[in-house]
Design a protein around this ligand. Sequence first.
Ligand code: ODT
Length: 176
Amino acid sequence: WAQDCQVDNIQVMQNFNRTKYAGTWYAVAKKDPVGLFLLDNIVAQFNIAEDGQMTATAEGRVIILQQWELCAHMFATFEDTYDPAKFKMKYWGAAANLQTGYDDHWVISTDYDNYAVHYACREKGYDGTCIDSYSFVFSRHPTGLRPEDQYIVTQKKQEICLLGKYRRVHTINFFC
Ligand code: ODT
């Protein structure tokens, strides 16, 4: 069978609950976009304000100006869309030389307590498939995914047409 890799047909988390999603997530795997930014030691913290607005901070190891290794402190605000699991993310860095941008931010799957699969397509091709995506696999545990969560995560990687495109990222071996 032919896999449907149309971005518009990607299934996201049903009945996404941002309050249960709030808190700390450790990146354990990442599919990089063109112009890779965050390398590893990536920790995201999602917050829900009283009015329901979602914001996040993240830190991670980056290399800027081709040689300077540092810990980037990043901020994001999320705009809601028609789908509760699909956001637009506006982000910027604590320092001026860090990336800024406006990306999709889709929650593909999560059990809220252990794992989450995130997806962002930055550029769609004429055929409707993604030509520049990035994706994070997050864990609530800095030690990585639990064995029992591997199956669903692998399945979701395949559903978003990114199976085999991830690298493992370290969570705990750097000063960030
Ligand atoms: O690393 C890359 O090359 C792509 C990612 C760049 C955007 C990072 C912006 C982080 C802003 C703070 C947000 C926290 C929430 C993060 C959740 C998922 C990753 C975008």
